[in-house]
Design a protein around this ligand. Sequence first.
Ligand code: ATP
Length: 260
Amino acid sequence: MEEQGPAPVITIKGLNKFYDTRQVLKDINLDVFAGQVIGYIGPNGAGKSTTVKVLTGLISDYQGDVYINGKLLKDNVQEIKSLIGYVPENAELYDVLTPVEYLDFVGKLYSMEEANILERATKLLRAFGIEANANQRMDTFSKGMKQKVLLISGIIHNPEIIILDEPLSGLDANAVIMVKELISLLSKEGKTIFYCSHMMDVVEKVSDRILLINNGQIVADGSFEELKQHHGATLEKIFARLTGKEESSHEAEDILQALR
Ligand SMILES: Nc1ncnc2c1ncn2[C@@H]1O[C@H](COP(=O)(O)OP(=O)(O)OP(=O)(O)O)[C@@H](O)[C@H]1O
């Protein structure tokens, strides 16, 4: 009998998405396996956030099928949402709350027990170095401090799949290192990470598989080593080549000319 490989954690089949008449995702097909760290990259407007919103159940008017742990997302949205931790791009926190109040609110949305929420929130706030601000209103927080609370809110329920949309924006260099380490430790524990970013150096280091989307289509899929063999020496170069922007220096010159 032929040996069966592990079942994918995420399967996307024939995904198409239109906003009005404009198609922004074009026939996306994908299998993602447990423990993989997927770096999802692409130019502004390529369709990264839209893909992520489909995966997290925030968008449901798409064509095609998405399965999480073998279950059809459309028919099991509530159950599947508890398996996923999502840190959106540009999220709004309820910043009149303190981190402890906010995390308590989020934990309850995931049906966590009160004592468990508080214990985890305390540990995570300490790990992210903001325990001293645990009971301070977040409208006094810097961008990076808010981003840390958002990251904590995405993992507090210990989800199997963690979807991060540009999670490093506003974080200082130490916090970036910490999040990179965290991603690799979580994947070693078998968590699946789906990570959208424009920070090529970080994606290059943390991802074991990189997906490049351009104009709604996946145009490259492989490890950094594999992409390097076919398309260029650095992820920046690979990105530029496959998205048709190798001449970006001219754009900067054009802008300068326009100012003259
Ligand atoms: N709610 C919406 N209504 C109409 N069009 C939308 C909507 N959200 C996104 N779009 C369009 O869909 C396309 C894909 O957007 P998306 O936000 O998925 O891109 P992205 O790859 O995440 O971009 P970025 O890197 O800038 O965050 C863009 O052209 C965008 O203008």
